[in-house]
Design a protein around this ligand. Structure first.
Ligand code: SF4
Length: 239
């Protein structure tokens, strides 16, 4: 689950993109807490912000609350009864009644890109280091038809290459999901260079030349080929 769809203010501008349908789903779900690295990154970068409030009453009883800026004032609230061992927060009346377990994940925060951060985008044919360059997903059917060029995830201002950091974070998340027993489906933020199923693809001059899956979307397709993958438009069409 792309964390920003749950109201986590993790987008490059430091805001969220809560999706009403996703939030309704979360009410019937067990929602895993954000991983510690992501929580620390959010706390650090939103510490001064009125939209993000972190209360830690004690090491035994901590609470992280984030308020999104949506018109609906959507909230993502994570309560950890014990900071050391709580892994999930349940919006359902009881974990037994929950219909689904949601795992919020923000690849760009997990990759250490920070929040807020410079925007990134997909570029076809960019090779920062030929020895490590590889396609995001040459074997994936989501790769643009007829394309054999490597795709990298670059800062829009072309002052940095996030590909390897994102790849490492996404592979670690995929392994964690596999270790936890797999995944039935992914709900992903549309058009994101990390999460989008069909994100804008650019050439070296910055011109939009088509679409390609974001790095996390492509890796998810490779590692969990039988899992359903949808973006938030699926929820706006109604469940
Ligand atoms: S990387 Fe994915 S989860 Fe993180 S802000 Fe972008 S779209 Fe949302």
């Amino acid at each position: 689950m792309s964390a920003c769809l749950l109201g986590v203010p993790c987008r490059w501008k430091g805001d969220a993109r809560p999706c009403e349908g996703v939030l309704r789903l979360a009410e019937r779900a067990v929602v895993r807490t954000l991983d510690p690295a992501t929580r620390r990154a959010l706390e650090k970068h939103h510490a001064e912000s009125a939209e993000f409030v972190s209360h830690a009453e004690s090491t035994e009883n901590s609470e992280v609350v984030s308020h999104a800026e949506s018109a609906e004032n959507a909230e993502f609230v994570s309560h950890a009864e014990s900071a050391e061992n709580a892994e999930v927060v349940s919006h359902a009346e009881s974990a037994e009644n929950a219909e689904v377990e949601l795992v919020p994940f923000c690849p760009e925060l997990a990759a250490g890109l920070g929040c807020p951060r410079p925007p990134i985008e997909l570029e076809e044919g960019a090779v920062s280091n030929p020895s490590t360059a590889s396609t995001i997903s040459t074997s994936s059917t989501l790769q643009p038809r007829g394309s054999a060029l490597p795709i990298r995830v670059l800062r829009v201002d072309r002052k940095g290459d996030a590909t390897e950091a994102l790849r490492a974070a996404c592979e670690a998340e995929a392994e964690a999901l596999e270790h936890a027993g797999g995944v039935d489906g992914f709900v992903l933020k549309a058009r994101s260079p990390s999460c989008g199923l069909a994100s804008p693809l650019h050439d070296a001059a910055g011109r939009e030349i088509g679409t390609a899956p974001g790095l996390w979307a492509a890796l998810a397709a490779e590692r969990f080929p039988s899992a359903e993958r949808v973006d938030e438009a699926h929820f706006s069409r109604g469940l």
